[in-house]
Design a binder for this molecule. Structure first.
Ligand SMILES: *[C@@H]1O[C@H](CO)[C@@H](O)[C@H](O)[C@H]1NC(C)=O
Ligand SMILES: *[C@@H]1O[C@H](CO)[C@@H](O)[C@H](O)[C@H]1NC(C)=O
Length: 572
């Protein structure tokens, strides 16, 4: 009884697995110089769907064979049918270096020229950039069995890069599709043996072109059948040819033999779990007696897996092959950091400060009861605005020089904002001059200045947010900005509302008056601006010592008259 009770869920689990699991065929690319190509590189791929993140990860192992300890050249692999827009992985380094380190750089390019790190290609591609978790990149002495007839030598070193490309199918550069369930994914590879890196193996190092002639090629890759329910780095047998890959057309469907080999590898990877058992139901029955009973116990044993030992012949030459257990802890994430990238962050800083702090503060200072009372409002207003505009100018200059082309909305909007701000400066200044010379007459300029200000500020904040998204700042930073903007909007609305109530016209009606003609009041705000600024102008003048107290009082009275008239006029 107890037994049947247990077996029911077990049966259900197996049934479920059998519907979910698909066959795995090991996928590898191997090319030695002389094999219709001038290259000495290889790679394997495992297509893993991470249920936690609900995205497809590609486990890529890249190899680069080096002869006679050469430190020259690079090897690369690109997701995509052509260089333009391909998600490229490039490795280079010096096998003679002390730490035997090798560089992996993730790049793309907007045409057929040397690719550049992601950060420099934002203008070309600003979509999702897959995170690349690097498990290892290093050189080892070569201990395998490959012997190059062409070079009459064994390789001296093997460069190894194991990395996970998380959400690789979300890469969406123009004219390019990466799919997680295709049997026919277009890819490219290329090699260079000549480039002397002169000791600079940094991630942003400029790379020379690939070899002419046979130093590059196209691939069609069967990612669908490279799918595995466990994430791991596939072994590479450099004595064998490609599997799951074709250089000329869609790869052939997996053979029984390939699938069987895949089953064994998966079984070894998952510690002899139920996957291989279920798979065998579709074809061979030879592993049936192996594991059906105790999947739970197996899980407990998984702490000591020896997957590579169990996988057949394919890993005989893999030096220091990993045991799959280091998959969980990436050594590092590939982060491309350079001057250009730094300039983008500076650009962002110089833009964020004015739009999120400077300009809102300037409006606040103009309308705040405290500064109004102290009569310093206008001085503060133009001082803070000027500083902010200087910051924006420098930021815009940096953005402009750092951009390779003007092609995205963020840039167009940015240019419009800078133009609008230039207009704002002229309007504000002209209005101020006329204001003083006419003894405080409201002009169309003041109205436009206020309205334009109210348009430019939110648009600027939106562009700041779009810039943060372009730079892939996390949601915490972005929501912080949005929250700050919302709080500022509320505070400014209140402060402006208060300033409106302090207006003489409003005071005459009494504090509880504001009702029916809200819209009109809004437009009167333009006049209010002037009013506020007015008293500040006086202070300004006082500071410059051009007016004495008597004249000021007289003028103030005149203005009070005018103010009332204006207010009445506006009501009509
Ligand atoms: C799946 O994604 C989660 C969340 O990022 C991560 O912690 C986990 O290691 C991933 N699983 C594998 C096998 O990579
Ligand atoms: C491809 O990704 C989708 C989600 O984007 C997922 O539902 C599907 O199972 C994936 N297919 C494969 C073969 O991994």
């Amino acid at each position: 009884m107890h037994g049947t009770f247990l077996s029911l869920p077990a049966t259900l689990a197996i049934l479920l697995l059998s519907t979910l699991t698909i066959a795995y065929r090991p996928l590898q690319f191997v090319k030695h110089t002389g094999q219709s190509g001038r290259a000495d590189q290889a790679f394997s791929m495992v297509n893993y769907f991470n249920e936690t993140t609900q995205q497809s990860d590609l486990y890529i192992r890249m190899w680069m064979f080096r002869y006679k300890s050469s430190n020259k050249g690079w090897a690369s692999l690109g997701l995509g049918p052509q260089m333009k827009g391909a998600l490229m992985f490039i490795i280079y380094g010096d096998p003679n270096s002390e730490d035997k380190s090798m560089t992996l750089t993730v790049r793309t390019v907007d045409g057929h020229h040397p690719p550049r790190p992601m950060d420099e290609m934002k203008d070309f591609y600003s979509g999702y950039v897959p995170e690349v978790d690097v498990m290892t990149t290093h050189f080892e002495d070569y201990t395998g069995d490959w012997y190059s007839e062409q070079l009459q030598a064994k390789p001296s070193h093997l460069g190894i890069a194991d990395f996970i490309v998380r959400g690789y199918d979300k890469w969406a550069a123009p004219e390019l599709a990466v799919k997680n369930d295709t049997t026919n994914q277009a890819m490219i590879w290329s090699s260079n043996f000549r480039q002397d890196f002169e000791g600079d193996f940094s991630v942003e190092r400029a790379i020379d072109m690939h070899q002419f002639g046979l130093g590059f090629g196209f691939l069609w890759v069967d990612l669908l059948n490279a799918r595995s329910d466990v994430g791991f780095f596939g072994d590479i047998n450099e004595l064998n040819d490609h599997t799951g890959i074709s250089e000329t057309a869609e790869p052939k469907a997996p053979t029984e033999e390939e699938l069987k080999k895949g089953d064994e590898i998966i079984a070894a990877q998952s510690g002899g779990g139920s996957t291989s058992e279920v798979e065998s139901g579709s074809g061979e029955g030879d592993s049936k007696e192996a594991v059906p009973e105790e999947p739970v116990d197996k899980e407990a044993d998984e702490s000591t897996p020896a997957p590579t030992a169990a996988s057949p012949d394919s890993d005989t030459s893999a030096p220091g092959a990993d045991d799959g257990s280091n998959v969980e802890q990436p050594v590092k994430s590939v982060k491309q950091w350079n001057i250009r990238s730094m300039m983008w962050h500076l650009h962002g800083f110089l833009m964020t400060m004015p739009f999120l702090i400077g300009y809102p503060l300037a409006i606040y200072l103009l309308r705040s009861p405290r500064t109004s009372a102290a009569g310093t409002a206008f001085n503060y207003h133009w001082t803070v605005n000027s500083l902010s505009s200087i910051s924006v100018s420098i930021g815009a200059l940096i953005g402009f020089t750092n951009s390779r082309s003007i092609s995205i909305t963020h840039q167009y909007v940015g240019i419009l904002i800078v133009c609008a701000l230039a207009v704002q400066v002229v309007l504000g200044w002209r209005h101020h001059v006329i204001f003083i010379s006419t003894g405080g007459r409201k002009t169309w300029m003041s109205t436009v200045h206020v309205i334009l200000g109210r348009v430019v500020l939110p648009v600027g904040i939106i562009n700041v947010v779009s810039g943060l998204m372009l730079r892939h700042y996390g949601w915490p930073a972005i929501s912080l900005c949005v929250a700050l903007a919302v709080v500022e909007a509320i505070v400014l609305t209140l402060v402006v509302g208060q300033a409106r109530k302090r207006r003489p016209g409003a005071l005459q009606k009494g504090p509880s008056a504001p009702t029916a003609d809200e819209a009109e009041e809004y437009f009167q705000l333009a006049g209010d601006d002037d009013d506020d600024e007015f008293s500040d102008d006086d202070d300004h003048d006082e500071e410059t010592g051009r007016m004495n107290a008597k004249e000021r009082a007289k003028k103030e009275a005149e203005r009070e008259e005018q103010r009332k008239k204006l207010a009445k006029l506006d009501r009509i």
